[in-house]
Design a protein around this ligand. Structure first.
Ligand code: ADE
Length: 252
């Protein structure tokens, strides 16, 4: 039987630094400009690494986790820009489907279809994302998300009632920072809740290697003109702390 070994990818180095604090028996391996932190959390073997940004970088990192470290499942945490009007900064989205919004091989294929897979959407196994949802929902209902953010930061980011959503995540090599790009995406992919730059690439690799995965994103900005400003502040003040709470809940 394969040993359970969980890969944890973080989309921001700051988030990784927070999760690394949870590791027991920590070792580090540096390869390909990435530092892999190996250890245990609650006696479960984990390998934690910064995905680096964008589809190529994150696909490469997850492939390394699968091939070199023999992970048996993957948690990907990070931040995302809100596309759906329903979302506020500080909300969490758990992906139940992922799409590469910049994949376009027309006229050979339909827009967004991944070449050779005949797939447009990638789906995590329902058990892993539903289990993640129930665990993370407990953080919502117990008010733990708010507990870890200072009152000043709750006010600064207008976080009053962080909620957990399940839905579609779109990924591509683009940081969304204006309303017209956001509306364009929404016209083409009306079910998208949020955008980021790695999840659907990682999902493709996990699908191809048959590794169960879940992508969990905290909304850091509204994917509009205010994004670049909010984004940097949010990572340091909020995402790092959320990341720790989420991983503690998932690995117990
Ligand atoms: N990750 C966080 N915010 C984002 C945005 N606005 N666009 C793309 N990726 C993001």
């Amino acid at each position: 039987m394969k040993i359970k070994r969980i890969g944890i990818l973080g989309a921001m180095p700051e988030e990784i630094n927070g999760i690394v604090l949870l590791l027991e028996n920590k070792q580090e391996i540096v390869k390909g400009m990435r530092t892999y932190y190996i250890g245990t959390i609650n006696e479960i073997e984990v390998v934690v690494v910064f995905s680096r940004w964008g589809k190529v970088a994150s696909a490469t990192t997850v492939t390394h986790l699968i091939v070199e470290f023999n992970i048996t499942q993957l948690y990907f945490i990070g931040v995302a820009g809100a596309i759906s009007q329903e979302l506020n900064i500080g909300d969490i989205v758990i992906a139940n489907s992922l799409v590469q919004h910049d994949m376009d091989a027309r006229p050979i294929m339909r827009q967004f279809e991944i070449p050779l897979l005949s797939k447009t959407f990638l789906y995590p196994p329902s058990k892993i994302y539903k289990d993640a949802y129930s665990s993370i929902k407990e953080l919502e209902t117990s008010g733990q998300f708010l507990d870890v953010i200072s009152i000043q930061n709750q006010e600064k980011f207008l976080i009053s009632n962080p909620r957990v959503f399940v839905g579609q995540v779109a990924s591509g090599d683009k940081f969304f920072s204006n309303t017209s790009d956001k509306n364009l995406l929404l016209n083409l992919l009306p079910d998208v809740l949020c955008v980021e730059m790695e999840g659907a690439a990682v999902a493709q690799v996990c699908f191809e290697y048959d590794i169960p995965f879940v992508v969990i994103r905290t909304i850091s900005d509204a994917a509009n003109e205010t994004s670049p400003v909010d984004f940097k502040e949010f990572i340091v003040e909020v995402a790092l702390k959320y990341g720790i709470e989420i991983i503690r809940k998932l690995i117990k």
